[in-house]
Each structure stands twice: as C-alpha cells, then as structure tokens.
Design a protein around this ligand. Structure first.
Ligand code: ASP
Length: 357
C-alpha cells in the first residue's frame, strides 16, 4: 500500500528539490556518481557474503504459490542487464504505477523531477511543495503502520518458529551476523579507504570527530533526524566548506544508503535460500541494480529499508511473505545500517571537499 506512492512522491520531490541542475554542476555530477558506486559496491559485498555464508540454508519456507511458477518467474524476470535497462522506460507510467513496476516508477519519477525544473514560476512551486507534502504524508503513514509492528513481529515470529522449528532462530542469528560483518567490511574497507585515499583524512581522526554522529544515527535509526548534527560535524569538526556540506549531506541523507543497500542484498539472498530458490547470476545482478535504486528511493527514516525490500524481492520474483522471517530482527539492523548510511554521507562530504580544492 505504501511503497508505490512513497517512492514516487519522495523521489520526485527530492529530484525536483535539487534545484537548477546547471547550478549543481560538477560537484553534483561527481557526488551522484560517487554515491552510486559506493552503494553498488555495498550491495555486492552483501550479496557475496550471503552467497558465501548461506544463512538461509536449512530453512524450508513453503511458498504459497506454485513453486515451479515462482522459479520460472525468477528466471524469466531476470533478463539480461541491457534488457532490464531498456525495460526501465515505461510505455505507460500509469500502468507502471498500477502494477508496481518499481524500476519504471523510479525512472519516471526522476525524469519528471528533472522536467518540472524547466517549468517556470508558481506552477512549479505548487507541484513541488505538493509532492513534498504527499511524501511527508506517506512517511507519516508508514509510521502509523509501524505502531502495529511489535504485534505483527510477535505474531509472525511465533508463526515462523511454530511452523519451521526453533532452529530458525539460529539461521536468523547467522543472517543478522552476515549483515553486521558486511556493514563492518564496507565501513572499514571501502569507506575508510576512500576517506584516506581520496579525502586524505585518517580514519582514527574521523572516528573521533564523527563518533557523536554515529551514536546519534544508531539511536534514532534515521538519516534525516541525524542530518543537522551531520552537517554541523562536517563543517565545524571536519572542515568541510558550507556550500559542499549543504549540498552533499541533504542529498546523501535522501539518496545515499550504503548500509540499507547492503542489508537488502543480504536479505534478498537469505530469503531466496530459505525458499530454495536458486539465484542465477543475472538474478543477482538484478538484485544489485534494483537495490541500488531502492536505496535511492528509501526515505531516511526508521524502518523504510524493509518496506523497500519488498520492491527488490518483487522485481526478482522472490515471494515477499519471506519478509516475515526477518522482521523480528529488523530494528537492531536498522540502527546499524543507519550508522553506515550516515557515515557514508559524511565521508562523501570530506572527499568532495578535497576535490573542490
Ligand atoms: N533507517 C534508515 C535511515 O534512515 C533507512 C532504512 O534502512 O530503513 O538511514
């Protein structure tokens, strides 16, 4: 119910909110490429770890539908990457919305966000403000639904354990551990290396200065709520010029979610393993592509990452009911992935500041 309007309005509003694309210029192009690359690497780490450690092996979830049809769908909906890219362009955007075709919705929302910037005057402002309002309303709706989450987690968790036995909990722990290991690898190997190599800042020094931001991100589970502190830390402690941080960080809080993307990669492979669905290479590439886009569309508030996971699963053909399995451990993983999301933004601002010089 919430995914399609949430993605559409929030992506449209944040693209339109970038303002004049010409003014964004080189810094904008650079940071968007940087964000996309780090996100894609994050999911690749997640997918590879889940493939190697196989946290879902040993569980036998039964799909409600015909399993051979599902298997067919996973293969059939995993055409070549080129075909996937071509299929991103909807022939009818309303149909894409109605069918929940996420890649097409994302493509259309971004294109519309760019197009609205060439409309002048009040007409443009009304539409952008309206879309921001609707995006906020969708987030409020997710929050309302999340109030029911503890009961849902209880019932679904009890159902899963009753049906598949207590050993499921062992698998869940391994799954959570894979996410945690993946996040640690991404933070230390990719982000810290880029901080040092590209931003010329020592990770130890960064950790000392950014520690408060990380703790805040962990306890709020929200990139958006952390944003004011992230900006202050970038400017006052890490020496990032105001014009860089005020562009790179709000954009990052909206579109750059390395932690979320990595987690979605692990979760998709885990659920597929639990259903005994073998993932071909092209299905895995599709997970990487969709999760990159899904993380762009994920709002920086608690719990949206798992809502967006439905989109990744649907696009590959993995049954979304599998989410019941992982819902119970999601909150703590949300806290951890938000730390990586926010650290990724902060490190990007340091790297970009250096390039500006
Ligand atoms: N809570 C995350 C964030 O705000 C998003 C998510 O993965 O749910 O960065």
């Amino acid at each position: 119910m919430t995914v399609v309007p949430l993605v559409f309005f929030s992506l449209f509003a944040s693209t339109a909110g970038l303002g004049d694309l010409k003014k964004i210029g080189i810094l904008g192009g650079r940071v968007i490429v940087y964000y996309l690359i780090t996100t894609a690497v994050a999911i690749t780490i997640g997918v590879s770890l889940a493939n190697a450690i196989k946290p879902g092996y040993g569980i036998s979830l039964k799909a409600t539908g015909d399993i051979s049809k599902i298997l067919g769908k996973v293969n059939q909906t995993s055409p070549s990457v080129v075909k996937t890219l071509i299929n991103m362009v909807p022939s009818n955007p309303i149909k894409a919305l109605a069918e929940g075709n996420m890649l097409q919705i994302i493509f259309f929302a971004i294109l519309l966000g760019i197009a609205i910037l060439s409309v002048r005057g009040e007409k443009r402002e009304v539409i952008i403000t309206g879309a921001q309002g609707l995006s906020d309303a969708m987030i409020a709706m997710v929050n309302m639904i999340m109030k029911l989450a503890p009961y849902g987690v209880f019932a679904l968790g009890a159902g899963v354990v009753a049906r598949y036995g207590i050993k499921v909990i062992g698998n869940l722990l391994v799954y959570a551990l894979v996410v945690v290991i993946g996040l640690a690898i991404h933070l230390t190997l990719l982000l810290f290396v880029s901080l040092y190599g590209l931003g010329r800042k020592k990770p130890g020094e960064f950790l000392k200065k950014a520690w408060g931001v990380m703790v805040f991100a962990f306890s709020t589970s929200s990139s958006n709520a952390t944003l004011p502190l992230t900006m202050e830390t970038a400017e006052e402690k890490l020496g990032v010029p105001g014009y860089v941080s005020s562009f790179v960080l709000p954009l990052g809080a909206t579109i750059n979610m390395d932690g979320t993307a990595l987690y979605q990669g692990v979760a998709a492979v885990f659920i597929a393993q639990a259903y005994h669905i073998p993932l071909t290479l092209s299905a895995q590439l599709k997970i990487i592509l969709t999760a990159t886009l899904a993380s762009i569309g994920t709002a920086g508030v608690p719990g949206v990452g798992i809502v967006m996971l439905t989109m990744v699963l649907t696009s590959v053909g993995i049954p979304i009911e599998g989410i019941a399995l992982i819902l119970g451990v999601d909150r703590i993983l949300d806290m951890l992935r938000t730390v990586v999301n926010v650290s990724g933004d902060l490190i990007a601002s340091v790297v970009m500041a250096r390039f500006e010089k």
